[in-house]
Ligand binder design. Structure first.
Ligand code: GUN
Length: 298
């Protein structure tokens, strides 16, 4: 049977529409959510993401500031920018695109962000709040997007074996915490596998839901996937393609062509998790704006 294709674009659109309506209500009270996005360096993929975040802000009626700093920006200058954004009352969310150039101490930059404006959910206080199930915290956007995709697609996680491939601070670790929480969208039995896991195909084949976030193009093959599993592909990798106009095409961490026929449902790349990440960033920025102004959720 053909697998169900999980339409991340449509699910993200619905979430963005909710955020836009809530933004209109805030604006009627003279409050506009504001997001600052900071990019250091000229990595083409990061630049494309940052522009897409800025564009979505404008579509929703957010206030948006975009900073594109040169690759040799000193650490002190970046920290000074973060501090000025912390103090700027028009800005409710701050995102510094990861990874920064090698000379930047990313941990120090994350630590400098006011945790109340940390819409990426990377600050230690927000990591702790996720681990402690404290709803005031910010959950990283990509993991939150994965869980929302499953929920919106009617795929329950309770009691399921979920295998996450990848242990990053941005995706794997927070996703494990989210999926093992009590209640809707959680209650899963979670395994975190990674590049050093022994007998990986044997581990990933135990998954009812396999989430690939290892950052390697088409790494997950048919042998990794049990017949009937759900596969969520977090990867966005550029691979050279002389036949395409841009000279490259985007592929996920999953070899879609050979894996899809085994699945009950799968996300495409592009058009799966990617659009959800941006939608969750907007939802987090709205939440930050409300919390900073002591407004309850409506
Ligand atoms: N790089 C890849 N994903 C992300 C993200 O969600 N936030 C930031 N800041 N950088 C990223």
């Amino acid at each position: 049977m053909a697998p169900k294709l999980i339409d991340g674009k449509a699910i993200a659109r619905a979430s963005l529409e909710e955020t836009r309506l809530a933004t209109d209500r805030l604006k009627a009270r003279e409050l506009t959510p504001g997001l600052a996005v900071v990019l250091v360096g000229d990595d083409p993929a990061s630049r494309a993401y940052v522009r897409s975040k800025d564009r979505t802000c404008r579509e929703l009626g957010f206030y948006s500031e975009k900073f594109e700093l040169s690759a040799d920006t000193p650490q002190g200058e970046l920290l000074a920018l973060v501090r000025s954004l912390n103090a700027n009352p028009s800005i409710h969310g701050i995102l510094v695109q990861s990874p920064p150039p090698a000379h930047i101490d990313e941990a120090a930059v994350i630590d400098a962000i006011d945790p109340r404006k940390d819409v990426d959910g990377f600050h230690a206080l927000n990591v702790a709040r996720l681990a402690m199930d404290d709803p005031r915290g910010f959950v990283p956007c990509t993991p939150l997007g994965c869980v929302r995709l499953l929920e919106a697609s009617g795929i329950p996680t309770g009691g399921k074996n979920v295998v996450i491939l990848g242990r990053s601070m941005i995706v794997g670790k927070p996703l494990a915490l989210l999926l093992m929480r009590k209640g809707a969208g959680g209650d899963a039995t979670v395994t975190v596998a990674h590049s050093r896991t022994r007998d990986l195909p044997e581990v990933t084949r135990r998954a009812d839901i396999l989430i690939a976030a290892i950052g390697r193009a088409e790494y997950v093959r048919a042998e990794h996937v049990r017949e009937g599993a759900v596969v969520i592909d977090v990867g966005i990798n550029r691979v050279g393609d002389p036949a395409s106009e841009k000279g490259y095409r985007l592929v996920g961490d999953v070899a879609f062509g050979e894996v899809a026929p085994r699945c009950s449902a799968i996300t495409p790349v592009p058009g799966g998790v990617g659009p959800m990440t941006i939608a969750m960033l907007m939802a987090n920025t709205l939440k930050a704006c409300r919390q900073l102004h002591n407004l309850p959720e409506d």
